[in-house]
Design a protein around this ligand. Structure first.
Ligand code: GLV
Length: 316
């Protein structure tokens, strides 16, 4: 079976894919453009994709041989699931293995933003000094504050677990309340309005869907506390990035910690000029251990498919 790999995966996964079929790897160290996805000779039954590959209805239509899209990510918003379903193309993802690492990064962004760590690092490097003074470089406490989680799924719950020992109280907003998690985490369900008005830290852990796209824009930032900090390790387009830049410029909210961006891989230039935003380069799952495990899940899915079994992480 022909397997086209859009970005070289960690070695153990590549070795297993090599056993499963004839593997061809996109030779360039960058994602294929939309145009290349249509025109490059990638005739294969299996396509191993990454987030930067947009597998839309046109791409699926142009590749009638395609039977499986194995995404090297838990999020599948880069793939048109309806179009895949209607063509009988299976889509798989890599859930579970990146939960803890992504929650770690959300906490890292929360702490870095609350204590203005990256801004402080820039200052020390620029001046060669660490000038202690009673009111120098003040940030915010975590203890006694409210953490709002938008999207209490696997990753959101892992963030809440990390937040409790820091003295944060968790509230959350989901489409539906999650009573079992509430009991375990001591978290309280909140309406979206309450989430906005009560959160001192607001962590976005929802997937990108038509419902969550641009859920956070100017009206939402206006409804938040002026001292609030927003953290996004979910997907960039959940936030209207130009409204966020404006909110940070005008002090509607105090800060932001971002790992994902509306127009990845580009980051809005206005954000680059702001001190009150911490910018990570989409590294939620970027630990050695996790990327290896993600590779193994991709291999598990591809191998199951080539052997005529149902892939363990089938989304569609
Ligand atoms: C990373 O962003 C993922 O969805 O796995």
């Amino acid at each position: 079976m022909d397997i086209a790999v859009m970005r070289r995966l960690p070695r153990p996964a590549m070795d297993r894919l090599d056993q499963a079929g004839t593997v061809r790897v996109w030779p360039l160290d960058r994602d294929l453009t939309d145009e290349e996805l249509l025109t490059e000779a990638l005739e294969a039954e299996v396509l191993v994709t990454v987030l930067g590959n947009r597998i839309d209805a046109r791409v699926l239509a142009a590749r009638p041989k395609l039977r499986l899209v194995a995404n090297f990510a838990v999020g599948v918003n880069n793939i048109d699931l309806d179009a895949a379903r209607s063509r009988g193309v299976i889509v798989t993802n890599t859930p579970g293995v990146l939960t803890e690492a992504t929650a770690d990064l959300a906490m890292a962004l929360l702490l870095a933003s609350a204590r203005r760590l990256v801004e402080g690092d820039r200052l020390v490097r620029r001046t060669g000094r660490a000038p202690w003074a009673p009111e120098f470089h003040l940030g915010f406490d975590l203890t006694g504050k409210v953490l709002g989680i938008f999207g209490l799924g696997r990753i959101g719950a892992a963030v809440a677990r990390r937040a409790a020992p820091f003295g944060l109280r968790t509230i959350y907003h989901n489409r539906r309340p999650a009573p079992a998690l509430e009991a375990e985490l001591g978290a309280r369900y909140a309406s979206f309005e309450t989430l906005l008005s009560e959160s001192d830290f607001l962590s976005i852990n929802a997937p990108l869907t038509e419902e969550t796209r641009h859920c956070f824009g100017r009206p939402e930032f206006q409804a938040m506390k002026e001292t609030a900090i927003i953290i996004n390790t979910g997907r960039g387009p959940i936030i209207n990035e130009s409204d966020l830049a404006e909110a940070l410029e005008t002090g509607l909210i105090a800060g932001a910690g971002l790992d994902v961006y509306e127009f990845e891989p580009r980051v809005a230039p206005r954000l680059l000029n702001l001190e009150n935003v911490v910018l990570a380069p989409h590294i939620g799952s970027a630990t050695r251990e996790v990327r290896n495990r993600m590779g193994h899940l991709v291999a598990d899915n591809v191998i199951a498919f080539t052997q005529g079994r149902r892939p363990p992480n089938q989304v569609v």
